[in-house]
Design a protein around this ligand. Structure first.
Ligand code: BES
Ligand code: MN
Ligand code: ZN
Length: 498
């Protein structure tokens, strides 16, 4: 699908479909009103006679309206005037896309950009709308042996009311394409099954990224190197699997004149989490193929950075391993030494994410000395209990960094919610035998996991995103969401001027 931008004149061009926004109380949006004038009130009459209520996302398809070039006129509801929220905005755009796809239209003009939510400026709102359209086109059909019957329109043209914004919108569209490409990559990697998407597969995918730009370098550490350097926590997870674990490093130098690394992104890449010897129950265990969505997010963000050619130095770190039970697997009660030198008593082998991440955090600091470190992990079921599938859990010892991430979440409609990291929780990780245990008991599970990670951060600005709830959907819509690629790309874009 191609996305285009045009001025109001496009309303009178020939296309398969024309989509216009109608608010509550039969209020025509700017594009509809403009066209209505030249049609002697025909659109207003349709709205009135059909009793169209204009509820957010509501759809009315009308075939062949005299005077309108396109055979299909589609009305989409935009709700109460002045009350349109960003979430409703997304819903409205999704409905508009779906109606066009359901009617199998190929060329569609959308006069829906005005009104937009008051809490976003016109460019932010446009960016969100265009990204939403782009994301509607992703389907996971890699393993369907027969073609899937989903129609994707070929050309969608967004009508811009205010001509003076056209240049800004064109730039925004460029950014949208970059973010959407990264989000799609994240979803695709997440959706691939554990027998395909192994640590080796993820490292090959990283190699593919380096082919896109000279600014990208890839390094891969295998188990022999990790063992030798003393990454005992990482190895404790990976040793039970026949798949070799990997630490994958994606170095992007978009600002070669700036010294060092400004941001490091560290992703949990457990390509399947059986729980290990502390094995998980059978029901729903298949969803643990998504336990590498943190790593997929990092890969997606790096892809977006490359595509947008962002002038920043960012390193992506993927901590990739499979968590399996076997005769060689870690036992509950085993004590291991981490790369930092701190020792950990592994009381539950299912709390493996923090084990691969703690060594990845130490390695990242020693090797890159980044200004900011952000780890992204499907870390705890407790986070899903606390926040559901709506917001990602955000933890940080740095208030300014936390606020910037929350704001990036708001602008991209990829929300996070901050949870506490108070020192009072730290004692739950006490172990009589080692420096700490890898679990903190039945309460505050998302927080104790974050506390565990915080012990491996030495003076670097750091934040942790627990995406256990937001990285994928369950049930009939089961699949990776691509979150939090939009949040993180927005955050990085805003770092350029910071
Ligand atoms: N990958 C899981 C977390 C998870 C569970 C994400 C369910 C999404 C849905 C993680 O490795 C895990 O198993 N965590 C344990 C930790 C516990 C043993 C302290 C959990 O949350 O139950
Ligand atoms: Mn686990
Ligand atoms: Zn896990």
């Amino acid at each position: 699908m191609r996305l285009h931008l045009k001025t109001l004149a496009a309303l009178n061009e020939t296309h398969d479909g024309l989509i216009l926004g109608i608010g509550a109380n039969q209020c025509l949006n700017a594009a509809a009103a403009q066209l209505d004038e030249s049609l002697d009130g025909a659109i207003a009459r349709i709205v009135q006679q059909s009793g169209f209520e204009g509820k957010t996302g509501q759809i009315l398809n009308i075939y062949q309206v005299p005077g309108i070039q396109a055979p299909w006129l589609i009305l989409v509801g935009t709700g109460q005037q002045g009350e349109l929220t960003p979430a409703q905005w997304v819903k409205m755009v999704q409905s508009a896309y779906k109606s066009a796809a359901d009617l199998k239209l190929n060329t569609v003009v959308l006069g829906i950009l005005d009104p937009s939510p008051q809490s976003l400026n016109p460019i932010e709102a446009f960016t969100l709308a265009s990204r939403t359209l782009r994301e509607c086109t992703y389907h996971f059909s890699t393993y369907k042996s027969q073609p899937v019957a989903t129609h994707t329109p070929k050309d969608m043209t967004l009508v811009v009311q205010d001509k003076s914004l056209l240049t800004n919108f064109k730039q925004a569209l460029h950014w949208t394409e970059a973010v959407a490409e990264g989000t799609a990559l994240c979803r695709q990697l997440g959706n691939l099954p554990g027998n395909v998407c192994t640590p080796a597969y993820l490292s090959e995918q990283a190699q593919q990224l380096s082919k896109l730009s000279k600014k990208v370098k890839i390094k891969v550490l295998g188990e022999a190197q990790l063992e030798k350097m003393g990454a005992g926590a990482f190895m404790a997870v990976s040793r039970g699997s026949n798949e070799e674990g990997r630490l994958v490093l994606i170095e992007y130098r978009g600002a070669p004149n700036q010294k060092g690394t400004s941001v490091a992104l560290i992703g949990k890449g457990i390509t399947f989490d059986s729980g290990g010897i502390s094995i998980k129950p059978a029901a729903g265990m298949d969803e643990m193929k998504f336990d590498m969505c943190g790593a997929a997010t990092v890969m997606g963000v790096m892809r977006s950075l490359i595509r947008a050619d962002l002038p920043l130095n960012v390193v992506g770190v993927l901590a990739c391993a499979e968590n399996m039970p076997s005769g060689n697997a870690t036992r509950p009660g085993d004590i291991v030494s981490t790369l930092s030198g701190k020792t950990v008593e592994i009381l539950n082998t299912d709390a493996e994410g923090r084990l691969v991440l703690c060594d990845a955090l130490t390695y990242t600091q020693q090797q890159y000395h980044p200004d900011i470190m952000i780890d992204i992990a499907t870390l705890t079921g407790a986070c899903v209990v606390a926040l559901g599938k709506v917001t990602s859990g955000l933890f940080s010892t740095d208030d300014a960094l936390a606020d910037e991430l929350l704001e990036a979440g708001r602008l991209s409609q990829d929300h996070a919610w901050r949870l506490p990291l108070a020192t009072d929780y730290q004692e739950l990780l006490d172990s009589p035998a080692a420096d700490m245990a890898n679990i903190g008991g039945p309460t505050a599970g998302a927080i104790t996991a974050a506390c565990f990670l915080s012990r491996f951060v030495e003076g670097t600005r750091w934040a942790h995103l627990d995406i256990a709830g937001t990285a994928w959907l369950s049930g009939p819509k089961k699949g990776a969401t691509g979150r939090p690629v939009p949040l993180l790309t927005e955050f990085l874009k805003r770092q350029i001027h910071a």
